[in-house]
Ligand binder design. Sequence first.
Ligand SMILES: *Cc1c(COP(=O)(O)O)cnc(C)c1O
Length: 232
Amino acid sequence: MPHSDAAESVAAALADVKRQVADACRACGRDPATVTLIAVSKTFATDVIEHAIVAGQRVFGENRVQESKSKWPALREKYSALELHLIGPLQSNKAKEAVALFDAIHSVDRPSICEALAKEIVKQGRAPRLFVEINTGAEPQKAGILPEQADAFLRDCRDAYGLTIDGLMCIPPADEAPAPHFALTAKIAARNGLKLLSMGMSSDFAIAIEFGATHVRVGSAIFGERPKPATQ
Ligand SMILES: *Cc1c(COP(=O)(O)O)cnc(C)c1O
């Protein structure tokens, strides 16, 4: 691939985020190897994503099944050891494609999704890591299980659907301090014996690491500002 300013700027931003992740880990006595940086590449074209891959990044996050399907099969053919995480909402009718395409799904949030995922995991013999999304701010427009319903939902995931849930994910309300939301998510995970915590974005990943995040989802700090979508 030709050398370019865009390639340099993605590589520099990625290095800077990695440094900040390591600093945040050191500040709270954690081993940086316990935090996975997910580079959120939604809305960015494959040539931009390739700059990050060439710079050494292997773990990526997307929020739409359809968009991922058009971008990632070709990248997976070209580069080895890529890991792809679905961080956006999942519809039951996309479960088949999601199980085939993703290595982790962060948005498990209702029984119909559990049922569809369980069926496809058995059928395809492929089990992405699963995170249950917690709506810590109880925001009506947001996906996720309410905190007070989390224990029962996690029990159902296991007992009614036979799913192995690996961790929890949260997206704190945009207008609130994130720390209490990270703390609540960590607490629900701990009492349910879940080891993985997907929390922290460009603006707050250092705080999330302090509260135990094992997966931080960082987009704009690596790839730059996204064009604003018409809806959402
Ligand atoms: C877009 C997105 C991110 C990344 O957001 P940035 O602020 O660009 O880092 C993280 N998590 C989810 C669920 C997202 O949809």
